[in-house]
Ligand binder design. Structure first.
Ligand code: BGC
Length: 902
């Protein structure tokens, strides 16, 4: 019998505070038997206002028996109001009509949908405004009374800046860095907390710490400040419902008190924090506190139509690490936490009268230099005029015997911490590093017989974790910016390794918010500048608005993500086509009949960070554009948009963009393929092969040439950001699996494993992130090159070609290289898929797990049925195009293949 478990709303576990009018429900299925080919034939969802009502059958919604094998993205149908808590459960029928019990109960709760839901006022805790000045964090508070027993208590809060909320001295919730980072002027997230257990019958107090955060702190490469405003502010509404039904609210308003006299003397999301333990405010967030020396607050203006609920996963603390304490050659003390990450450090320190006032400094960095000393040099800004990134905590000791500190108003990219002025011998147990990132769950794992490759996978996961802090960033250090190009090349791998649908949907909304009326997309979202710069609108970067929704749709089978981005996708592609119409001076007289589809204007980052890329190459782009990359991406986006239009039923658009794709292909062919590709740059072969820019009959020759180039380069890669994810895939597709494996297993520079052999714990921005002498260069934590991990899943383990979010898929493992074993597990939204292969003597053992309710085509790496010496008797092996395959339903399948050469 089937059993529905693991109920989710919008792919989150019992979310509260969502502001989605028609949330989507999902569940997983397990079976209590080993029976194969199991499927759900129908489901029934019931929903009620309370668990009790569900039991008493007082429903708000009863879907009735719905004949469907869908287990995800099922819309909740009734209308929803603000503050609705909905309890729901589901039962299912299997393929034989056997009915399950109802599942355990799940729930979701809506937040505040409209401006009218807010009676709270925005308050500014600071009495002066000076954009040049830095201010200590603000502490605000309010006492309130509760008379009687509460049935419910909900806190809704957000801030311009960062906020941390306390009730009766207790920190509310486990989210950090709230309200997160978004395109604040258009979208500001509100958090909802269930605070019933924080509140007493009698006197209570609520207190909030406010800091600068992304709102007013430094952002990006240029370390700009005051991006969204000069003031910080709070909006808070505490709604109490008594057991007798009476409602009361405690709101932020002019009656609140504020102080800047607390511990946090300086805070900046990029530069760090200064914490003076002598600035003790007492129990300021508890009742009976004397706040007579505190001052009042100012009212603040903010457009409440920008407020949105928490529709994605929050930022939380995750893994914890203890350091090794190093004494570096220059005599400094460095804490080595062994893992590069985004996060912060806590420590315990013993104070005394003698050391009171000592300023301890912790500088967070990700590398040691060629001499083994701590360094931040590799992250320095391009111009000396820009402020350096500090990532520095200064802690001023008080005389209190036991002191504890944890960073709260910022997050750093680091593995090492340079420790200065620690007043006595430091002990590892006194320090803890916390990895901090969006609460996305891990969905994929890959291991094989090569430990270096296993480490590469782990490093990629860590770069993902470090750069998934509410938005997908390029790096957690130097820029911390939501770069579109990086996200676009990585999304497929990212959603294999970790559950990314909600995370990316949220960020896509930020990206849409930055789009200009003419369709142009910024390189970065949220966008730190009010105006677009010369560098915005780059091909391969702006195309993220098309590629990411498309890839998410493929991975999750969710058309919603296409619908909500469709207008923006279209606007971007129209922008590209419009830009292409404007011919570059040099091509004014070109004979290319399709030159109106050649995008040779504007600035583009191009392949970006190819080995050996020179400054001359970059200035060439500045003056002459980058028509090869731009036209290829325009073609690719047109093609995807045509397919998306078809899926959404916009037939006319489907035709229109398919035609534009065809024309840009012709333009590309004339300009870049007519006279063979005479270049040593591998990307110029990878891109047309990957994007289908060649005529069928020319493909093999181009692939042959790519293969020769790779061999000539001694099996080294020389692609940059854009082609790296694809090179192994195209080599494999045209018969060069061996070459693809040689690239994967290469250990000398440039290669993926070079960094691993150099002790990397994350993916570097450049292939030569640390040179042979040990000198670090640029960021050590950029996930872009980690996009190869997608190929490990899709080809080495063979889990690929998802249809409807892996309701149907293919498993076609491709053993090769020196690997003797590989296995991958992927928790798709339709269930857990496993693929494993292993050589045992002269036989290859292939094992596949197909989850309940799904179907798979298993393609075995063998050309003759006779060589499959053992296979499940319910598998009907067939042969087509020299490969042996079978189509199966759910279940476990094991095959033994004779691998001897005859
Ligand atoms: C960032 C990138 C980004 C690139 C091109 C860099 O400074 O770190 O990862 O994609 O600029 O815009």
């Amino acid at each position: 019998m089937l059993k529905p478990i693991n109920l989710k709303t919008e792919l989150m576990n019992n979310p509260i505070g969502i502001t989605i009018k028609q949330p989507k429900l999902s569940w997983s299925l397990i079976s209590d038997s080993n029976k194969k080919y199991q499927k759900q034939s129908a489901f029934q969802i019931i929903a009620a206002e309370s668990e009790e009502n569900l039991r008493k059958e007082i429903y708000i919604w009863n879907s009735g028996k719905v004949f469907s094998d869908n287990i995800c993205h099922i819309p909740y149908e009734p209308d929803l109001q603000s503050r609705s808590r909905i309890y729901w459960c589901v039962k299912v029928w299997d393929q034989d009509g056997q009915e399950s019990d109802y599942s355990d109960i799940g729930y979701f709760e809506t937040g505040l949908f409209g401006k009218e839901d807010w009676s709270a006022k925005w308050i500014n805790p600071e009495l002066e405004t000076n954009p040049e000045k830095r201010y200590p964090a603000s502490y605000v508070r309010k006492d309130f009374k509760v008379e009687g027993k509460l049935k419910e208590a909900k806190l809704y809060a957000t801030a311009c800046g960062l906020y941390e909320c306390y009730i009766n001295g207790k920190r509310v919730g486990n989210q950090v860095l709230t309200p997160g980072t978004t395109q604040y002027n258009k979208r500001l997230q509100v958090q909802t907390y269930d605070v019933k257990d924080y509140i007493f019958d009698g006197d209570n107090a609520v207190g909030v710490v406010l800091g600068d955060g992304w709102f007013r702190g430094m952002n990006g490469m240029n370390r700009k400040r005051n991006i969204y405003g000069d003031n910080i502010a709070l909006l808070l509404q505490l709604e109490l419902v008594y057991e007798n039904g009476v409602r009361k609210t405690v709101i932020s308003d002019a009656s609140w008190k504020a102080s800047q006299g607390g511990f946090i003397r300086f805070n900046d999301v990029q530069q760090g924090e200064t914490y003076d333990a002598n600035f003790y405010l007492g129990k300021w967030s508890e009742s009976y506190y004397d706040d007579s020396s505190w001052h009042g607050v100012l009212e603040y203006r903010w457009d409440n139509s920008t407020l949105i609920g928490s529709n994605s996963v929050p930022i939380t603390e995750h893994e914890q690490f203890k350091p090794k304490i190093l004494s570096t050659p220059n005599g400094e003390t460095v804490l080595d936490f062994g893992q590069n990450m985004s996060g912060y450090v806590s420590f315990d320190i013993k104070g005394s009268k003698e050391i009171k006032g000592t300023c301890i400094t912790l500088i967070h960095g990700e590398a040691l230099d060629e001499d083994g000393n701590f360094t931040l040099k590799h992250l320095e800004p391009l111009s000396e005029k820009k402020p350096h990134m500090k990532q520095e905590v200064n802690y001023i000791v008080s005389e209190k015997a036991n002191q504890y500190y944890k960073t709260s108003m910022t997050v750093f990219g680091f593995r090492y911490v340079l420790l200065k002025n620690w007043p006595y011998e430091p002990f590892p147990e006194d320090f803890t590093a916390y990895a901090v990132y969006s609460d996305v769950s891990e969905t994929g794992s890959f291991t094989c017989s090569d430990e270096l490759i296993n480490k590469l996978v782990l490093n990629t996961k860590w770069s993902q974790k470090s750069n998934f802090v509410d938005v997908p960033t390029d790096c957690p250090t130097r820029e911390r910016s939501g770069y579109t190009g990086d996200a676009q090349v990585y999304v497929e791998t990212g959603t294999m390794l970790m559950d990314g649908l909600q995370f990316f949907r949220k960020w896509l909304a930020d990206l849409r918010a930055t789009q200009s009326p003419n369709g142009k997309i910024a390189n970065i979202a949220p966008m730190p500048d009010k105006k677009f710069s010369f560098f915005d609108g780059s091909a391969g970067w702006g195309d993220a608005i098309v590629i990411i929704p498309y890839k998410l749709y493929k991975q999750y089978g969710d058309t919603q993500v296409l619908k909500e981005n469709y207008d923006s996708m279209k606007a971007w592609v129209d922008f590209e086509l419009g830009e292409a119409q404007k011919s570059h001076l040099l091509r004014k007289f070109s004979r290319n009949r399709y030159k109106k589809y050649l995008w040779d204007t504007g600035f583009h980052w191009g392949e970006w960070l190819e080995p050996g890329q020179t400054n001359a190459y970059i200035s060439n782009i500045v003056f002459f554009g980058c028509p090869e990359t731009a036209t290829a991406y325009m073609h690719y986006s047109c093609k995807l948009l045509a397919e998306v239009s078809e899926i959404l039923g916009y037939k006319e658009n489907a035709k229109k963009y398919a035609k534009a794709a065809e024309n840009s292909k012709k333009a590309y062919q004339y300009e870049f393929l007519r006279n063979n590709i005479n270049s040593e740059r591998q990307c110029l072969y990878v891109r047309p092969l990957m994007f289908g820019l060649l005529e069928k009959e020319d493909e093999q020759k181009v692939a042959d040439n790519l293969n020769s180039l790779v061999i000539k380069n001694n099996y080294h890669i020389n692609t940059g950001f854009l082609s790296t994810p694809f090179i192994c895939e195209v080599l494999e597709r045209y018969g060069y699996l061996d070459t693809a494996y040689r690239l994967l297993e290469q250990k000398t520079i440039p290669s993926w494993l070079y960094a691993v052999t150099k002790g990397a714990t994350t993916i570097w921005e450049c292939w030569d992130g640390v040179n042979e002498e040990g000198k670090p260069k640029n960021s050590m934590n950029h996930y872009a090159y980690g996009a190869i991990i997608g190929w490990l899943f899709r080809s080495v383990a063979g889990i690929k070609e998802p249809v409807d979010g892996y309701k149907k898929f293919t498993v076609a493992p491709k053993p090769g290289g020196s690997l003797t074993r590989a296995e991958a597990t992927y928790n798709s939204i339709n269930g857990q898929i496993k693929s494993k292969w292993e050589y045992i003597d002269n036989k290859l053992h292939v094992q596949v797990d197909v989850p309940v309710n799904t179907e798979a085509t298993i393609i075995l790496p063998v050309d003759l049925i006779e060589k499959v010496v053992e296979f499940p008797n319910d598998c009907n092996l067939e042969i087509q195009n020299n490969s042996v395959y079978c189509k199966v339903g759910s279940g476990y399948y094991s095959f033994l293949i004779d691998k001897r050469n005859y």
